[in-house]
Every structure is written in structure tokens, then in C-alpha cells.
Design a protein around this ligand. Structure first.
Ligand code: HEM
Ligand code: SF4
Length: 551
């Protein structure tokens, strides 16, 4: 865990006091909604379809149990008893009353949690692998570098009014669990042949209206030069990014229009001028941040303890273990994923009681640490294997042990028409209907790894372009329709999906998805061939033929 200091605490308290005053002026009518808007957005407060919504950042997805418990308190006391974890390692509260927002924010600020820069044209929450620091084979803990960027970018005066919002993601493991290729800047930490630590830098990825996979602009940036190089990128973007047209304002459009090579040249020129300046990091600075990440005091344990072997005789536990437990870099320990996708529930929602349960279990079995991943699930990164049976029993009792991680009912979905003022179509009920069709977990395990992503409009908050099956809500003559894409992926081989065919109605979606899955089962080269690989091998045509023939 990272330990915040007095400076962070004092700053947050001041910000809450300032916002309390702004809310007071809005309530008295001294500020109109238009005047209030920029002030609230600077604190992560949106106006949704039915109510104000508070978005809270969870830097690099890491939470301690006190913070999660406080979120449970906010959900229970000020909201309707639940919160929604998003694809950007944020949590959203949908129903907090304006007059109570300052109080809720004060409660969160006490534990170092806030919504600053979760909205607006600034550098947003820097995201990374939810398994950071625990997964084997990592080159370094990416959170150290995310924290360096967090400190640098928070309230950076020059980057508060960028042409458009800006998202940075970092991965440091061979498997990309941070979807870096679909971010404005994607950083892959690795070592060069000389063994030095550095970043591969990708720029111009992103989804939304004009989706792109990020382009390589620098294969190796020495790690200590991270800030000056990011600053150079930001300066180029700030100067050349389009401010005349909101749809062309993201850095991806700039990179696309001038080409990655030209863009890279402009950045390198800017960087040359500043690389030896104030932003050059010293080893001491990096060590200082590194030193503030406290790691658990792991016991010396062996893999596969007898308690675990015994418990694996229980089929339900064994199924969950096979699905939700992953290898830890320290022997005798494990990484546990907690599915927030019980079949039929809104994806990514956790009730206040569930948050409390997870916080308590983290204290008891996982050194008080919780992670949030971009798939809208939670994770306990550091659990002793001998504790897995007890942990599972407690999760199961709280409805948090659905063994569907990475399977067809582990659906990523944005709020869509249920909450969002920009939506064209529902997303949550579509996810619920599909999950119900695949509620037989044996069947879903037979299907294997399959990611479905749903967005309620072109903004792509549900990352539909990079779903193995992507579903996009569109509106036609006032009715909800859905476009389906196949073959997208958000991992280290990231690519955008291909359109399957004409959009279908709300009622047709679940059946169509079932047909797609059945087609895969018929056409796959064998049980080992994953859905995504079958689509890569055959293209979408065979799917199109069968699926549309049936509808
Ligand atoms: C008040 C609710 C929300 C509003 C108004 C909203 C609005 C938007 C807009 C306008 C964009 C497109 C930005 C652009 O391309 O320039 C966007 C992108 C995005 N949103 Fe949301 N969103 C909301 C909720 C959410 C939620 C709940 C999630 C996660 C489940 C989410 C995750 C994302 C992501 C990941 C993108 C990036 C797509 C990209 O790569 O460009 N948003 N959002
Ligand atoms: S994709 Fe559209 S509908 Fe969904 S949350 Fe984003 S803006 Fe709203």
C-alpha cells in the first residue's frame, strides 16, 4: 500500500471545504446550474439522467480496507446502498443528494479518496494491472510509476485545460491486464538488453466514436525519464491538438492525422529541450516513492498446503479455485479475483454490505489490501493458499463467489440508459439477459474464455470495440438497436472487433449472442481453441452467415 502524507490530507480537506461553499451557493440559487457545472466537474460530480453522480478515482486500482469500508458507508448512508465499479478503476455513486455531497466527500477525504480529475480535460486516473506487485514475471511494480505520474499530473496547471480528457495506463507484466493499447498513452515497462528498466511508449489509442489501437512512438524510454517525456507528449498535444472540434480533439486524432512518425519527431524535439531539466528524476526521488509502497510481510509458506488439497475435494470449491485463483510470485500465496458479476445482477455493482464483507475479508486474509480491475471485478492480491477455503466460504455466503471470471457471463457494461444522459440504448439489462442465458456455469466453462463488452452509445465506456463479442447500442427512429462486433481484444494483442452485420433489436440480442456462441462451438478446431482464436482463424463471415440466417 502507498502511504499518503500530511500534504495530501490537508489539500483534500481544503478542497472539500471549497466545494461545500460552492454547493451552498448552488442550493441558495446564487449559482446557476451552468455556473456550477465546471466547479462540480472538477470534483467528479456529473449530472446523470436522474440525479447527480459522484465519480471517485481509485489510483492504480489499489484500495485499503478502511477506504473500501468508507465507500460502503457512503453507499449506505448517502446513496441507495450500492456503488458501481467502472472500467477505469473508478467507483461511481449514482444517487447522492446534492446537499449531502460535501458530507459524503468529507467522509471519503478522511481516508484519502476523492473525485478530483475524474472528469474534465485533464490527465485522468492513471490505471494499471490489478495484479501489480503480486504477479510473477513482472519487471517492476507498475504502481510506483503510476504514483509518480499521479503526483505529477494532479493539479498540473498546464494540463488542466487540455484539448480533451487524457488517459494513461501502465503494464509491467508480459500479459497486459491494463488495456494499455486503447489509452491515450500506453506504457509497457520492461528491461532492455543491458538490463535497464524502461518504457515502451504507445500513443493515440482509444475507443469512442473513432477507435484506434495505440501506435508505437518510442520502443525504449529510460524509466527515470518518464516525466520529462510525458511532459513533452503533453506539450505537443496541448499545442497541436484540435480545440475547434470536440470529436477531433483527442490525441488519437492528432497522431492519426500527422502519423506516428511525425508525432514522435515532434515529441523527441520537445523532449531534447527539457530532458535534462527539472523533470529529470533522480534515483533518490524514485526511491522515495518506492519506499512509500508498503508490501505485506509474507510468511514463509509452501505451495499446495494440505488444507487446500483437502478443500479441493469439494467440487464447488474446486470450480471456484480453478476460475478465480491465480499464481502469486511468493510461494504458498495466491491472487484471488472476486467476481462482481453474479448472473442476473448489474455488472460491476457492489452493495454496501458486500463492500464491508470484502473489506473484512481483506483484513483477515489479505493484509488489508483490495484491487479494482478494468473488468469491473475486485481482487485480493495477497492471500495465503491455506486460507483459500475459508475465504471462499465467506465470499460464497455474500454472493461473491460466482466462478465466472473471464467467461461469457463476466460481462463488462456501461450504465447505458439506466443512468446515463448520453445513452442511446440500455446496456445493463442486455448484460443481465445474456448472463441469464448462460447461467449454467458448466456450460459457460465448456465455452471457455470469452469476453462480452456492452456500451449504451458510441462513447464506448463499456469498451465494446475490444470485446471478443462487442455490443453497441444505437438508436433508430426512437428505438433501441444493437450492433455486434466480433474479434476485439484488449490484451497485449489488442485489436478492434469487426462488425458482424446489421443492427438487431433489443429482443433479438440474447438469441443472437447464443447463436454466435453455438457457431463457435461447432467451428472451433477443438476445445482448446478459444473463441477469440476461432474468430481470428475464420473471420466473421461464417458467423455472419449462420447468425443472420437464423434471424
Ligand atoms: C455519467 C456517466 C458517464 C458519462 C457522461 C460518460 C461519458 C463519456 C464520454 C463522452 C466518453 C467519450 C470520450 C471521448 O471519446 O472523447 C466516455 C468514454 C469512456 N468512458 Fe464514460 N461516461 C460515463 C460513465 C462511464 C462509466 C460508468 C464507465 C465504466 C463502466 C465509463 C468508462 C469510460 C471509458 C473506459 C471511456 C473511454 C473510451 C475511450 O477509449 O475513449 N464511463 N465516457
Ligand atoms: S457508453 Fe454512452 S451510454 Fe454508456 S456510459 Fe458511456 S456515455 Fe453513457
Amino acid at each position: 500500500m502507498y502511504v499518503y502524507d500530511e500534504f495530501d490530507r490537508a489539500f483534500l480537506a481544503e478542497r472539500v471545504a471549497e466545494f461545500r461553499d460552492q454547493v451552498g451557493r448552488r442550493l441558495s440559487g446564487a449559482l446557476s446550474e451552468d455556473e456550477f457545472k465546471p466547479l462540480r466537474l472538477m470534483n467528479g460530480v456529473y449530472l446523470q439522467l436522474h440525479a447527480y453522480m459522484l465519480r471517485i478515482a481509485i489510483p492504480y486500482g489499489t484500495l485499503n480496507s478502511h477506504q473500501l469500508r468508507r465507500m460502503a458507508h457512503v453507499a449506505r448512508r448517502y446513496d441507495r446502498g450500492y456503488g458501481h465499479f467502472t472500467t477505469r478503476q473508478n467507483i461511481q455513486f449514482n444517487w447522492i443528494k446534492l446537499e449531502e455531497l460535501p458530507e459524503a466527500m468529507a467522509a471519503l477525504a478522511e481516508v484519502g479518496v476523492h473525485g478530483i480529475q475524474t472528469s474534465g480535460n485533464c490527465i485522468r486516473n492513471v490505471t494499471t494491472d490489478q495484479w501489480a506487485g503480486a504477479t510473477p514475471g513482472e519487471y517492476d511494480d507498475p504502481r510506483i510509476w503510476a504514483e509518480i505520474l499521479r503526483q505529477y499530473s494532479t493539479l498540473h496547471p498546464e494540463f488542466t485545460y487540455l484539448p480533451r480528457k487524457f488517459k494513461i495506463a501502465i503494464t509491467a507484466a508480459p500479459q497486459d491486464r491494463a488495456a494499455i493499447k486503447v489509452h491515450d498513452v500506453g506504457l509497457r515497462l520492461h528491461r532492455n538488453e543491458a538490463g535497464e528498466l524502461g518504457f515502451e511508449v504507445l500513443v493515440g489509442g482509444g475507443l469512442g466514436r473513432t477507435p484506434f489501437v495505440g501506435k508505437l512512438v518510442r520502443p525504449f524510454l529510460p524509466a527515470r525519464d518518464l516525466l520529462s517525456y510525458i511532459e513533452a507528449i503533453m506539450r505537443v498535444y496541448n499545442q497541436y491538438g484540435r480545440r475547434d472540434n470536440i470529436y477531433k480533439a483527442r490525441i488519437k486524432i492528432l497522431v492519426h492525422e500527422i502519423g506516428a512518425e511525425e508525432f514522435s519527431k515532434a515529441v523527441e524535439a520537445e523532449w531534447e529541450a527539457i530532458r535534462e531539466g527539472a523533470l529529470k528524476m533522480t534515483d533518490e526521488m524514485i526511491a522515495e516513492i518506492r519506499g512509500r509502497f508498503l508490501y505485506p510481510d509474507f510468511a514463509t509458506l509452501a505451495d499446495n498446503p494440505p488444507e487446500l488439497a483437502e478443500a479441493l475435494k469439494d467440487a464447488r470449491f474446486a470450480t471456484w479455485h480453478a476460475n478465480s485463483v491465480h499464481t502469486h510470485k511468493v510461494p504458498g500465496h495466491a491472487i484471488v479475483t472476486i467476481s462482481l458479476k453474479p448472473v442476473g445482477a448489474p455488472p460491476g455493482d457492489a452493495t454496501a454490505d458486500q463492500m464491508d464483507v470484502v473489506a473484512d475479508l481483506a483484513d483477515r486474509y489479505a493484509f488489508g489490501e483490495i484491487r479494482v480491475g478494468h473488468e469491473q471485478n475486485l481482487c485480493l492480491p495477497n492471500v495465503a493458499q491455506k486460507d483459500l477455503p475459508a475465504l471462499w466460504a465467506a465470499l460464497d455466503a455474500a454472493g461473491l463467489a460466482t466462478p465466472n471470471v473471464n467467461h461469457v457471463s463476466d460481462i463488462i457494461a456501461c450504465p447505458g440508459l439506466d443512468y446515463c444522459s448520453l445513452a442511446n440504448a440500455r446496456a445493463i439489462p442486455v448484460a443481465q439477459e445474456i448472463a441469464k442465458r448462460f447461467s449454467d456455469l458448466d456450460r459457460s466453462r465448456g465455452i471457455g474464455r470469452l469476453h462480452i463488452n456492452i456500451s449504451g452509445c458510441i462513447n464506448a465506456c463499456g469498451h465494446h470495440h475490444v470485446g471478443h463479442i462487442g455490443i453497441l447500442g444505437v438508436e433508430k427512429n426512437g428505438q433501441e438497436f444493437y450492433q455486434i462486433t466480433l474479434g476485439g481484444r484488449a490484451d497485449e494483442k489488442a485489436q478492434l472487433g469487426t462488425l458482424l452485420g446489421p443492427a438487431v433489436s433489443y429482443e433479438q440480442v440474447p438469441g443472437l449472442i447464443e447463436d454466435v456462441v453455438e457457431t463457435y462451438l461447432e467451428l472451433r478446431a477443438g476445445p482448446q481453441e478459444l473463441f477469440i482464436d476461432t474468430v481470428a482463424r475464420l473471420g466473421v463471415e461464417p458467423f455472419k452467415e449462420r447468425v443472420y440466417a437464423a434471424h
